[in-house]
Design a protein around this ligand. Structure first.
Ligand code: HAM
Length: 535
């Protein structure tokens, strides 16, 4: 809401400005995408995909969905022919309507759905046979058949599964493939702003609909790079990583965001001589201390040992500190790349802290990972997270492509800026935006003056001034009170005398002084006053 939205807009305008100077163009990816895209890109085992996405089947076949629910919840009783009859009728109706929807292509024609139909039909034939009285002693068979029917009904896809986007990197890579951006001048530099959705436990700085400002650099991979070529490529990648980080830090500096800290790490690449080897070593070390770990970490030893390093549990900290470090297990290329990233950050004068525990919660990262924290946010203090993701485009069915990017949590950024403004008495944010929400309040009275008031408002607004024009006439006292409440700088007083004489009264609300101005001088007088105040 205003006035906070003013700060949001300023943050966004600054992002566009700064990112523009680094050669980034805006992309507007859709709010929802096939669930499959996020599952493949972000990773099926990650918290984001396995627990936090808002997913739904994309169809409007509510009648069919209702019938399916009835079948799934029904508990027909083999000893009660009526209940069996009801179940069979519902099932047959479901099958008939499914067949209709399939022939009019309203439901996806997948081989899974074909198999599902067959199983439903077979189930229908079998279950009908239980209507014959002698069959009631085959109770187990009956329940089993109902179970099979319910399973098949549950698996029929009435529509493709889609999800509200939990992040946008996957969409940007999808767009890169779909629009053959590998044919564009390389690298392709894109940024985006907008809402993301994750079903997380809400708290300060963590919301289910939140906003990100993100950027991605994508670049076609050169084929057959070996030796000197490969080495040059490593250097180039490291410079790109450092420039992307420099861009975020410049953006934060431009906003005067205080207390930022940049953490960096390299998580190597997915090969036995690099990260995969490290993960095995880590798993081994974790198994040795398993008994001392909490439930989540114990589970992660099997599913994703790297995520144990993310643990915030107090009693696990000392144990984690003694675990093997990824930095000691990087392959030569990844180690070279990491050293070069640090050198490049040094060249740019960007302070950083190495944090070997920074693994990030999305599967697509390799080599560089980074996170930036800010002040005033409590436990959710990461305002930006990012990293390199070579290979993601390929994983999604595109050409071999390198990638690096980040996303800033805009809600958190705004929170942190607001906290900072509270600390500085003459806070640049918030206070400033509340003031001066209105430049001129037009206090008009008398039906004949309304037309003049409307014209004056238009002239002032055309020159970019913020004007409040009451819809109905007001007594001057009330009008001036209202002007005050709105924080207006001037009141333009228009009564019948003013209109008749062409000399209007302009009252400066800060000190109550007033002067007579000619209509033609109005804009200049208000603007001139504003300039003087600013100086
Ligand atoms: P992420 O770390 O999942 O990375 O999110 C980036 C930032 O979004 C976080 O640092 C945080 O500021 C903000 N954020 C995440 N979840 C929430 C939430 N529930 N409420 C408020 N803010 C939140 C990504 O999303 C990657 N796509 C970043 C990236 C781009 N990596 C490479 N390119």
């Amino acid at each position: 809401m205003p006035p906070e939205t003013e700060l949001w807009n300023r943050v966004e305008a600054t992002a566009r400005e700064v990112f523009g100077t680094y050669g980034f163009g805006e992309i507007r990816p859709p709010i929802f995408e096939p669930t499959e895209l996020f599952a493949r890109a972000v990773g099926g085992e990650t918290d984001i995909v396995s627990k936090e996405m808002y997913s739904f089947p994309d169809h409007s076949l509510w009648d069919l969905e209702g019938q399916r629910t009835y079948i799934l919840l029904a508990r027909p009783d083999a000893g009660n022919p009526n209940s069996v009859q009801l179940f069979v009728s519902a099932l047959d109706k479901f099958i008939d309507q499914l067949a209709n929807a399939a022939s009019s292509r309203e439901i996806p024609a997948t081989s899974d759905n074909d198999r599902g139909f067959e199983r439903l039909r077979a189930g229908s034939d079998r279950i009908s046979s239980f209507l014959v009285p002698h069959a009631t002693n085959l109770l187990d068979q009956f329940d089993l058949t109902v179970g099979h029917i319910q399973q098949a009904a549950a698996l029929i896809k009435l529509g493709d599964l889609v999800s509200l986007r939990p992040e946008a990197t996957a969409s940007v890579c999808r767009a890169y493939i779909e629009h053959n951006m590998n044919q564009w001048p390389q690298p392709v530099k894109l940024y985006y702003l907008g809402p993301m959705f994750r079903r997380e436990r809400p708290q300060k700085g963590r919301y289910r609909q939140f906003y990100q400002i993100g950027a991605e650099v994508l670049e076609r991979e050169v084929a057959g790079g070996e030796g000197r070529v490969a080495s040059k490529e490593l250097e180039k990648d490291a410079a790109v990583d450092a420039e992307v980080i420099e861009m975020v830090m410049t953006f934060f500096d431009r906003l005067k965001l205080p207390g930022t800290q940049l953490d960096i790490n390299s998580i190597g690449h997915n090969a036995p001589e690099c990260r995969r080897g490290y993960v095995e070593k880590l798993r081994g070390a974790l198994l040795e201390v398993k008994e001392q770990l909490g439930e989540d970490s114990r589970r992660r030893i099997e599913t994703n040992p790297l995520r144990v390093l993310d643990s915030k549990l107090e009693h696990e900290q000392a144990i984690i500190a003694a675990l093997p470090k990824i930095g000691d297990c990087l392959c030569d290329d990844c180690a070279k790349h990491y050293a070069e990233v640090k050198r490049q950050l040094g060249l740019r004068g960007i302070p950083y802290k190495e944090n070997w525990r920074l693994v990030r919660g999305l599967d697509y990262y390799m080599r560089t990972t980074f996170e930036i924290t800010a002040k005033g946010l409590g436990s959710q203090n990461a305002v930006c997270g990012g990293g390199r993701y070579d290979g993601l485009v390929e994983l999604l069915g595109g050409p071999a492509t390198k990638g690096i990017g980040f996303a800033i949590g805009e809600d958190r950024l705004v929170l942190s800026l607001q906290e900072a403004a509270k600390e500085v008495a003459s806070g640049e944010w918030g206070v400033a935006s509340e003031k001066g929400a209105c430049d001129v309040y037009i206090a008009w009275m008398g039906q004949k003056t309304q037309e003049t008031a409307i014209k004056a408002a238009r002239v002032l607004r055309d020159s970019g001034l913020r004007v409040e024009l009451p819809a109905v006439e007001q007594k001057f006292g009330k009008a001036l009170g209202q002007a005050d409440r709105l924080g207006a700088r001037y009141a333009l007083i228009l009564g019948e005398d003013e209109v008749a004489s062409g000399l209007w009264t302009l009252k400066k609300l800060a000190d109550g002084t007033q002067e007579k101005v000619l209509a033609g001088d109005l804009v200049g007088r208000v603007r001139g006053g504003a300039e003087k105040e600013r100086n």
